[in-house]
Structures are given as C-alpha cells and as structure tokens.
Write a protein of this length. Sequence first.
Length: 343
Amino acid sequence: MAERHATCAVDDSLPEQMEKRGNLPATNNRYYYLTYGLKICSTLELPELPEIAPCEHPDVWVTTPGAVDRLEDGTNLSHWLEIGDECCQIHIEGIARYRVEKGQRIMLDRRMPQGADPAADPGDVRLFLLGSALGALLHQRHWLPLHVSALKTPAGAWAFTGHSGAGKSTMSAWLHYAQQWPLITDDVAVIKPDEAEPLLHPGPARVKLWRDALTALGIETEGLVRDLMRNEKFHLMVNKDVRYDAHRLSALVQLERADDGEAASLVKLSGVEAFKTVMGAIYRPELGNEFNTNEQLMHECIRLAQQINVYRFRRPWSLEDMNQNLKPLLDEIQAQAVASELS
C-alpha cells in the first residue's frame, strides 16, 4: 500500500484549563517513557507513564502534528476506524485523529473536522492515545494485548478479565487495598509471544472505579478525574513509585456475576473453555484480526492457556459482603502460593 505522510499544522494555543486531566500541550521537546515494555519518545508530555532517561533508539515515536485526513487506499471498518497495510487511523470526533504505523509510530492531529473546537482537552487526547491508538500499535507488533486488571499476589501475577462491567477494576482495587497486593496494571497488559514464558508487561497503573466502589473502599471522589465516557466513574492513580517490570503470569480469571442466592464459586478451566477465556480477553479483537491471521491468534491463545492456570470466578454483586465473597479466590491463591513454596 502506498503511504502518504502529510504535514498538518496544528494550533497548539490552548486556553487556560484546570489541571485535573493534566492539561499539557505538545511542544518541541522530547519526553521519554516506558510502558508495555516499550521505550517511547514523545513530543507530547504523558504524565500517566513513568519517565526514563533519553535513549538513542526508542521503540516507538509519538509525534504531533502528522496525521492525514484520510488513509490512502484505506478501508473503513467503522465511523472511527480506517485500516490500511500495516497502519490504521482512528478518528475521535472533537478530540483528535491518530495514525498508527507499523508498530513503531503514532502521529496525532488535534485539528478536527465538523467545526469542532481545535483546543481539545489534552487529557482526553491522551486517553485515546494511550488506549485505542497504543492498542492498535501493540497488535501491529503481533503481540497479545489483554483487556485485564492484574495484581502481584503471593502466588504470582493474577489477571482478571470479563465483559465490560464485570468488575475487573473493582476486584483489583479491592485486593490492592484489602490485601496490600501491588497493582500491576488496570485495563491492558501485554504478552509477547517471542518470550519463552508468559511475561505480563504492564501499562499505566491507573484504576477506573465506579462511585459505589470508591465509597465501599472509603476513598473520596474529590480531586479525582471523571471518566470521559461515564460520569459516575473516576480515575485513581495507585503505586506511583511502582517499577514497571514484567511479571510471569500465573493465572487468568474470568469474572462473572452470580445469580440471586448463588454463593461465590471458583472453578478451574481447561481445554476449550480455557482457550475461549484467553481469546475473550484480547483487547480490541477487531484490530487483532486485521494485523494478525486467525491462525496466529489461535496459536498464541492456545499456547498461553497451556502455560497458565485459567479460572471462572462467579460472585454476588453486593460490595457489602465482598470480603466473604472473595474467600474461594483467596483460598486458591493461598493454596497456589504454598504449592509453589514446596515445589
């Protein structure tokens, strides 16, 4: 596919805004960060990521401006996504346009059509940059990004997955505060297929929690950033001094809501059920299918399901009895920790 690199002039004059979303404009400076095991050089300041020393050969470049209006010979998969050969373009109306190339570069343009305000909130620009755009880049590198929350438990790294609203972030936050287990990541983490063992490479240590979960944990919402899409959900930074090392993934847990009157239960999965759980955890599978073959994805998911323990955890939805409802999970983690010490 022929590529076109148009230079787009971006108006970086932003109004004075509150700093809750970290309203930091692009500059000519270069900032260096680490996430998902990638060294990133960015002309946009990204306060959600841990800084590293400048490096000569970063894995990824983030530049602004640079995205073209449309991809040449691109195919529209939806109103927000165009796919090309080893590249894609993501359009978020009123926020920014992101072009992601060959797993190595993200170019973004904050000038938006339809007469939108060119001074989009920088925090919102970064939200989609660190979410969908970076997720597309991970798929372009043929890695396995998983939509999970994960903690470092006494039995190794345990990750929680499930459909939207299944309680991934709530589970991780609860265990983080109640058990004092370090958070590894919330939202997305990456498995790199070329590594011999399943190492989980973390993304930003930011948890998104509903108001009721924050209340149950005794955390005030004042000063927290509201989620762009959901007004009653808030962003909470934890482990600000955490080391962003990779952790060997020990278990993947599918979260489900128990029926009324049903007790909490933890069931170990194997075979096809374990495979389906891993497949269901892939972040942005529509992008995975565009930049990988079905055979590649199936092979890597089968391999991962064979390397780790896979479970289904069903629990009542009430937060009042959370500690009691977590008992099957905590008992299994303790049993796995003891078995690991004896082996």
